[in-house]
Ligand binder design. Structure first.
Ligand code: PMP
Length: 991
């Protein structure tokens, strides 16, 4: 068949290259890549007027240039539309359009908000461009004309599930009553009418995406532009876990070109659902007619998924969000009500006078929040005392029950923004109506952390209707209330419930304003951080109903811009922040970090909180010692010797003298002094891409710094050996890499000695980290140390990264290499974030140093530092962390290796314990630096923090706190796997 049309198009359009059939339902489409054309052979019997309409739309839109619509290309004889016979003799209409760049949006993973925003803009431009367009074929009847959606009514019975049938019927009823009249009122014009993602093209790369084409005007009709937007919204929201974000982006894009009227914005979400309703009923019907044709039901499953999701959502909140995106007031009635309440006459709601009541701080950093942000349990002692107020718009980590969680792993997030006001008072406290109201809802919610007994009254103030939700009531006290009943101002209508009957909370009233449309069922008291603007608009501060000043019970909000500016004012550019959009981290626990709005992140990056962020044992040890005394090593403090004994007990025999300082840098600086004193030499041998700290001496031995960007070059006394990186190191070869790289150290020693100088020390990270999470080849370090000792040099192991069981099997990297250093340097993990560096060496070396000037560090080895460091050792032992590291590390390594087998971008997976690296390479083997940055950023967007490193910055660096669990590992691997499937990375996967 293709041959037949190949010849036809050569003769008529003069194409020179090969053509290939494109997938399609009824018409034939061929791609002629060399000629840059798409050749269109319409189905037999196709209406000529319809093809002419499409060609006219292409011509019209491509002329104006505002929309990426392909031009029509005329045949050699100048005609745009030809009629010919196909191989069977059937008459076919044939035409051709230019081929546009880009991938079909349906094939792009994930759905991108930037593409949705582009689509919004293009939809608006298209509306403007087509305002003056006309064609007789625009007025044909079509089942996809949203105004004709009612045709599905007789077919709803084809849906098997009763709840789903009821939902579609509900949508259709609302549509015919409210939205169809609107569609009939709105001006109609030519619209595309099928902006689904098979008809859209986009270009995607690591830097983002852009819509590059809109095709297939086969469903174009005359209808309101709102239909185009609703159809685009319906498809943009399919197959994504953030459907609302897609539609929001679409609306933002649209409204950047052309405004939406209030009534259009209000109708948009119901119309989106109506389109999905038509789609699923159509699929049910087509399935019956053509049971074997997969094409008729391509979007059925995702459409149901979205409809099911929508059924559980608060449609009022969705509409408010879309109104906000359209630049409209999200909930004008609530703004009016809030203003009216400022001066309304209010009856006392509670017997207690709240003026002067304590205002609790339950925010992310709040002093009244639970010590463990994952338990949610409020301290009854704090809240038993009445009255206490809980603030409005407060981000809280206390909502830990399944009711609030988005998924099984904590980093999948939970709702955090409290949109009511709390008044903690004893159970049984009477609640009176502050103004007259009508019951809209009275019932109970029995889930853990739910409302318990709950009443929603509809009130009116200054002509504005609004709802108020009264939660955590005693169910028995509201048993007599029924929807429709009036409650007079000042009438007691409920009493506060006990903890047992109010979801488990200390007794309190949750008072929250809401939109009248939300009032028939309990609306959310707590919102996800991403919905903050919507939540604030729908649920203004109800303080006036309690005769309180809203300002005193509003939680403050961290202004990220202002915070960044404040930091800039007092810092320098080289004090860098991670991520283009910096993370305001205010709290941590174990492997979790929390930002100011309570968003949760899995920390697979920070190795300083060695036994987990805010470990309670370490916190208590520090606090207790700080409360006893914190002083220096000039006093006889048993705790110093306790630590010295404990840390040397973990070292090889003979390494038994301890110095305490305040950082890894200081420890390395001191190690160099010790080595110089003991060896009498001057020259220091270092490893390429090594990093040892920020003091002048430490930078001088850090090739990563002096040899890196803006480095000042190699100091005269420093000599660089190649880093033993079997994959990307400078000494490739087929022999055993351990001795090969060790020999390079011998070569460098000879070079140094050739200058007539003596070697003082060799320093390296036994497992080089900034060099790219390198696993050194077997036998390397032992051989190196032999070479160094042969010339009287001292061997220093910088264990700042690997020390204290990061590798799982052994406490030290050098031990894994079977090597024994003369000096061991410890830093980061030693005291779980309390600044502490430690140097451990032999008596002989220490004595050479001790014979000189006094050694004293003001803070080094202070009582609190020792308490913190001892507490870390306790936790490592008590929680059996080395075994956990070994186990979880192996799981990570297996998981990463399994991914590497499927995704060639992952060129090398390596690691021991929780010291893990993934080298990313392009198909030609070169370092894929941009891909690493992309993955690190996408993981952050997916709430996982890792880093990248290595001389080419192409190695994913994973080195979490050692309490990283199996569940954490699986979550990270799941998120990474999803990202590896994203379209932007596919050019790296062709290996
Ligand atoms: N050595 C190594 C191997 C390190 O990774 C670091 C810190 N990244 C240091 C020394 C310096 O430690 P500090 O920042 O505590 O001075």
């Amino acid at each position: 068949m293709t041959e037949y049309w190949q010849k036809f198009f050569r003769d008529t359009w003069g194409i020179s290259g090969r053509i290939a059939a494109l997938p399609g339902e009824l018409d034939l489409n061929f791609l002629a890549p060399d000629d840059g054309l798409v050749l269109k052979v319409m189905r037999p019997g196709c209406d000529r007027a319809l093809v002419e309409l499409q060609a006219a739309l292409h011509a019209h839109l491509s002329r104006s240039g505002n929309c990426p619509v392909p031009e029509v290309v005329a045949a050699k004889d100048g005609r745009e539309l030809l009629e010919t016979a196909d191989e069977t003799g059937a008459a076919r209409l044939v035409w051709a359009i230019k081929r546009l760049d880009g991938t079909t949006v349906a094939n792009i993973r994930p759905r991108l908000e930037s593409v949705a925003a582009d689509l919004g803009r293009v939809t608006a431009h298209m509306a403007e461009d087509l305002a003056g367009f006309d064609h007789p074929a625009l007025d044909r009847p079509l089942k996809w004309d949203l105004r004709r959606a009612d045709w599905i009514r007789d077919e709803i019975g084809l849906i098997n599930d009763g709840a789903r049938r009821a939902q579609i019927t509900g949508l259709l009823d609302a549509f015919t009553a409210r939205h169809l009249p609107l569609l009939e009122r709105l001006p109609a014009q030519a619209i595309h009418n099928d902006l689904n993602d098979h008809n859209l093209l986009a270009r995607v790369d690591l830097n983002g995406a852009a819509l590059t084409g809109v095709i297939d005007f086969g469903d174009a009709i005359r209808a309101p532009v709102l239909c185009d937007l609703a159809i685009a919204g319906a498809y943009a929201a399919l197959d994504t876990d953030r459907p609302l974000a897609q539609v929001t982006a679409l609306v933002r894009g649209f409204c950047s070109v052309r405004p939406l009227r209030e009534e259009e914005a209000d109708a948009l979400w119901p119309l989106v659902l109506m389109r999905l309703g038509v789609s699923v009923v159509n699929a049910a019907r087509e399935k019956r007619l053509k049971p074997d044709d997969p094409y008729v039901t391509v979007s059925e499953r995702p459409a149901w998924r979205l409809l099911d999701w929508a059924r559980d959502q608060d449609a009022t909140a969705i509409t408010a969000t879309l109104r906000h995106a359209a630049g409209l007031d999200p909930a004008p009635c609530m703004a009016r009500a809030a203003r009216a309440l400022d001066s309304a006459l209010i009856c006392p709601m509670l017997e207690t006078d709240l003026a002067g009541a304590r205002v609790a701080d339950l925010s992310v950093t709040g002093r009244d929040a639970p010590g463990d942000p994952e338990t949610g349990a409020l301290d009854p002692a704090t809240f038993g005392e009445a009255p206490v107020l809980g603030r409005w718009a407060e981000p809280r980590l206390i909502y830990t029950a399944p009711l609030f969680r988005a998924g099984s792993h904590p980093a999948e997030g939970r709702r955090t923004l409290h949109m009511g006001l709390d008044v903690f008072l004893p159970a049984g406290t009477a609640v009176a109506a502050p103004i007259a109201g009508v019951v809209r809802y009275a019932g109970r919610e029995d889930a853990a952390q739910g409302y318990g007994g709950c009443v929603i009254l509809e009130h009116e103030a200054g002509g504005a209707r609004f709802a108020a939700l009264y939660g955590h009531l005693a169910p028995a006290s509201i048993a007599g209330l029924a929807p429709g009943a009036s409650v007079d101002a000042g009438t007691v209508f409920a009493r506060l419930g006990t903890a047992e009957e109010n979801g488990g909370w200390p007794p309190h009233l949750h008072l929250q304003l809401g939109h009248p449309d939300q009032a028939d069922a309990p609306f959310a008291g707590v919102y996800a951080a991403g919905m903050e603007e919507t939540a604030r608009a729908l649920h203004p501060n109800p303080a006036r109903l309690l005769s309180l000043d809203p300002a005193t019970v509003t939680a403050p909000r961290l202004d990220h811009e202002a915070e960044a500016a404040r930091r800039r004012r007092h810092s320098t550019r080289n004090l860098k922040l991670s991520y283009a959009k910096p993370l305001p981290i205010l709290r941590g626990r174990g492997t979790l970090l929390y930002d100011d709005r309570g968003r949760t992140y899995l920390d697979a990056y920070n190795n300083v909180p060695h036994v987990g962020h805010a470990h309670s044992h370490v916190v208590a040890a520090i606090a207790r010692q700080m409360a006893l005394v914190n002083t220096n090593t000039r006093y006889l403090q048993p705790i110093w010797a306790d630590y010295a004994e404990a840390i040397t007990a973990l070292m090889p025999e003979g390494l038994d003298v301890v110095f305490c300082v305040n950082s890894g840098s200081e420890a390395n600086d001191l190690a160099l002094r010790l080595a110089a004193a003991a060896s009498g030499g001057t020259e220091v041998i270092v490893s390429r891409a090594g990093y040892h700290g920020i003091t002048r001496a430490a930078i001088e031995i850090s090739e990563y710094k002096f040899g890196g960007p803006d480095g000042t070059g190699r100091p005269d006394h420093v000599h660089v050996a190649e880093v033993p990186d079997p994959l990307r190191g400078a000494l490739p070869g087929n022999d055993d890499p351990g001795p090969r790289y060790a020999d390079d150290v011998a070569r460098v020693i000879r070079e140094a000695e050739g200058l007539g100088r003596r070697v003082s020390a060799f320093i390296s990270e036994p497992f080089p980290s900034v060099a790219g999470q390198v696993i050194p080849p077997a036998g390397y370090l032992k051989a190196v140390y032999d070479h160094v000792r042969a010339v009287g040099g001292i061997c220093i192991a910088d264990e700042v990264q690997t020390g204290l069981w990061r590798l799982g099997q052994t406490p030290w990297g050098f031990a894994q290499q079977g090597a024994r250093p003369d000096i061991v340097v410890l830093g980061k993990p030693v005291a779980n974030g309390h600044p502490m560096g430690v140097v451990v060496t032999t008596r002989e070396i220490a004595d050479a140093f001790a014979s000189r000037m006094e050694f004293f560090s003001t803070f080094g080895g202070s009582s609190v530092s020792c308490a913190a460091a001892l507490a870390v050792l306790d936790v490592l032992r008590d929680e059996d962390l080395p075994r956990q590291v070994e186990r979880v590390g192996a799981r990570m390594l297996n998981g990463l290796s399994a991914l590497a087998a499927r995704y060639p971008l992952l060129a090398d997976v390596r690691g021991m314990g929780l010291f893990l690296g993934v080298d990313l390479a392009r198909p030609d083997g070169s370092p894929a630096t941009e891909a690493a940055a992309y993955i690190v950023n996408r993981l952050r967007e997916n709430r996982v923090l890792i880093g990248s490193d290595g001389p080419h910055d192409n190695v994913l660096k994973i080195r979490p706190p050692l309490v990283f669990s199996e569940t954490d590992a699986d979550f990270l691997l799941r998120r990474l796997e999803a990202i590896l499937g994203e379209t932007a990375l596919q050019p790296f996967m062709d290996g």
